[in-house]
Design a protein around this ligand. Structure first.
Ligand SMILES: [Zn+2]
Length: 311
């Protein structure tokens, strides 16, 4: 069974005139309902991430700052990153979904899970928000798997068009959480060069696959497949988490690496294969970017279709 996480409260993170807007999720949900795919999933209820869980990744001061800005009605943290009155609660709910999915998948309630959340998370650093992201949902979830479920081999696969700098930074010296990222290069946020491979205990547990704009789709998929398979054999993950951004689609207004919706079916299959070999098929996928709402909805449909078919 695939677990599907979505709550209409995710629409309350009001960003105004901004590419990371509620319409993204509205169109995804409409599509999953009209195609009957949502009905084929289990829909758990869950709690917002606790302070203790957020602090596995974030500095107390960062959490307090987001809460305070929300409480006074909202504000702008940087030119890209907006906080509205509801954003603190919504961000806790988003991180909570990712954590709950990890809890349930590890408890055997489902093999795969998809968390359709906003705001996204993978740029958020321990001490500050960045690039539309307030709390790093996937990093908090991976920390829960590591600290509360005592896993010592977790793999994060990040195929968002942007490098997941916040996630990389969180686990850069941690050999228990492997980080694999394919992303457009050079591009925002500037990190993610091929020679960034981790440090100390984490040396070799970070793998960056920078891809230049104009790389043919076939070449992208081949490089992704070869690198992921090799890296997974090294990490031998007990659980696979996915930072599922769909902004490398050719019609994305922010990103684009020339991919088509069907390419995300292929990437999903590759991740599922790795999970089947190493992790008893356990995959928790968490939405990151994707800024062309109808195209995003189509991409998520192909993604969840593969997740469901595994069960
Ligand atoms: Zn992105």
């Amino acid at each position: 069974m695939t677990l599907l996480y979505y709550d209409p409260r995710f629409l309350d993170h009001d960003t105004g005139h901004h590419p990371e807007q509620p319409e993204r999720l509205r169109q995804i949900i409409d599509q999953l309902q009209s195609t009957g795919l949502a009905a084929r999933c289990q829909r758990p209820t869950w709690q917002p991430a606790s302070r203790e869980r957020l602090q596995r990744v974030h500095e107390p001061g960062h959490i307090d700052r987001i809460a305070a800005i929300s409480q006074r009605g909202g504000g702008q943290l940087d030119p890209d990153t907006i906080v509205s009155a509801a954003s603190y609660d919504v961000a806790c709910l988003a991180a909570g979904a990712a954590c709950d999915a990890v809890d349930r998948v590890l408890a055997g309630e489902g093999k795969t899970a998809l968390c359709l959340v906003r705001p996204p998370g993978h740029h958020a650093l321990s001490e500050r928000a960045m690039g539309f992201c307030l709390f790093n949902n996937i990093a908090v979830a991976a920390s829960v798997a590591r600290d509360e479920h005592q896993l010592d081999r977790v793999l994060i696969v990040d195929w968002d068009v942007h490098h997941g700098n916040g996630t990389q930074d969180t686990f850069y010296s941690d050999g228990r959480v492997g980080f694999f990222s394919s992303h457009r290069w050079p591009f925002y946020p500037g990190t993610g060069a091929g020679d960034e491979t981790g440090t100390g205990d984490g040396l070799g547990a970070t793998l960056n696959l920078p891809v230049t704009f104009g790389t043919p789709r076939e070449v992208y998929r081949e490089r992704f497949a070869a690198a992921l398979e090799k890296f997974a054999a090294r990490i031998r993950p007990q659980l696979v988490l996915v930072s599922a951004g769909f902004d490398s689609h050719r019609a994305d207004p922010i990103g684009s690496l020339g991919l088509e919706a069907e390419d995300f079916a292929e990437l999903t299959k590759l991740v599922l294969n790795v999970a089947a070999v190493h992790a008893e098929g356990r995959v928790v996928s968490i939405l990151e970017g994707g800024y062309n709402p109808p195209v995003l909805a189509e991409c998520v449909e192909t993604h969840i279709h593969k997740l469901i078919r595994t069960d």
